[in-house]
Design a binder for this molecule. Structure first.
Ligand code: APR
Length: 258
């Protein structure tokens, strides 16, 4: 029995399985990851996109953000076999929740393709860092589709503003910005109550998300990490599987679909 087969046995016997994902699950779809040799933060300075810069210099922030948005999401990215495997596990009732740090919306696309949900998928998909396909007005709070607003910014409207006069902000959690309390509390409760916590395609270095595997382990949950590189949580994981997500997740789904 190899490590993935052991993990599949735990998933099969579990009541509550939670999947937690990072940029590595979207890498095979062509979405750049953040760290590692060709990571986004090798190309851009994180500080350019920090919340403090948005507040201090919204014009300069938006000028740089247009370039980052093109780099991160300029392609017509599709969910890959790993997203689809999790969506199918979700549809079969094998997942309590999908918690993601990703802002690319690909889990929602995969869920909609599998169960035809209009994005209100069951199990819930918690986008801990928001969704880069949307923008939000910092005054009236209205959320809008991001594409036309990014186009207006690319055409020189810096910063783009809402009808109410407020400045739009990408609907993502910026460095230095607090995650919405309710979202992280809900994610922590899923982790605490999980029998199996799958950490997939994340370097597990960004808090508070990076503490979720430890939280799951602290309440007796089995932690399985699927990641090409070592993570700071490998020491508390029951299974560490160093394989590509597009091999590991479809196989895990197959092994748990028996
Ligand atoms: N299969 C398995 N693992 C992969 C694959 C793959 N095909 N491709 C990449 N990985 C792994 C990498 O080895 C890396 O450890 O995915 C991990 C991605 O790590 P990061 O780039 O740090 O992404 P993530 O953990 O999601 O970053 C967290 O940091 O910059 C912020 O807000 C941003 O949400 C992001 C957060």
């Amino acid at each position: 029995m190899d490590d993935l087969e052991r993990l599949a046995a735990d998933v099969r016997s579990a009541d509550a399985v939670v999947a937690f994902t990072g940029a590595g699950i979207s890498a095979p779809s062509g979405v750049p990851t953040f760290r590692g040799d060709d990571g986004v933060w090798e190309q851009f300075d994180e500080g350019q996109f920090a919340y403090g810069r948005f507040q201090r210099d919204p014009e300069g922030f938006w000028e740089d953000r247009v370039e980052l948005q093109r780099e991160l999401f300029g392609g017509d990215y599709e969910p890959n076999a790993a997203h689809d495997a999790l969506a199918e596990m979700g549809k079969d009732g094998d997942l309590e929740a999908i918690l993601t740090q990703n802002t690319d919306g690909l889990h929602g696309d995969a869920a909609a393709a599998v169960d035809g949900s209009g994005g209100n998928s069951d199990p819930p998909i918690l986008e801990l860092h928001g969704n880069a396909r949307r923008v939000r007005c910092t005054d009236c709070g209205k959320r809008r589709d991001g594409d036309p607003i990014f186009e207006r910014a690319a055409d020189g409207e810096l910063p783009p503003t809402c009808d109410c006069g407020g400045v739009f902000k990408p609907d993502v959690v910026l460095f230095g910005e607090q995650l919405p309390g309710a979202v992280i509390q809900r994610a922590r409760s899923f982790a605490r109550e999980s029998d199996v916590f799958l950490a997939i395609g994340s370097s597990l270095v960004v808090e508070p998300a990076a503490s979720l595997p430890r939280l799951a382990a602290s309440t007796g949950g089995t932690v399985g990490i699927v990641n090409l590189e070592p993570t700071p949580c490998d020491d508390i994981a029951d299974v560490v599987y160093r394989e590509d997500v597009t091999d590991a997740l479809p196989r895990l789904r197959e092994l748990t679909d028996e």
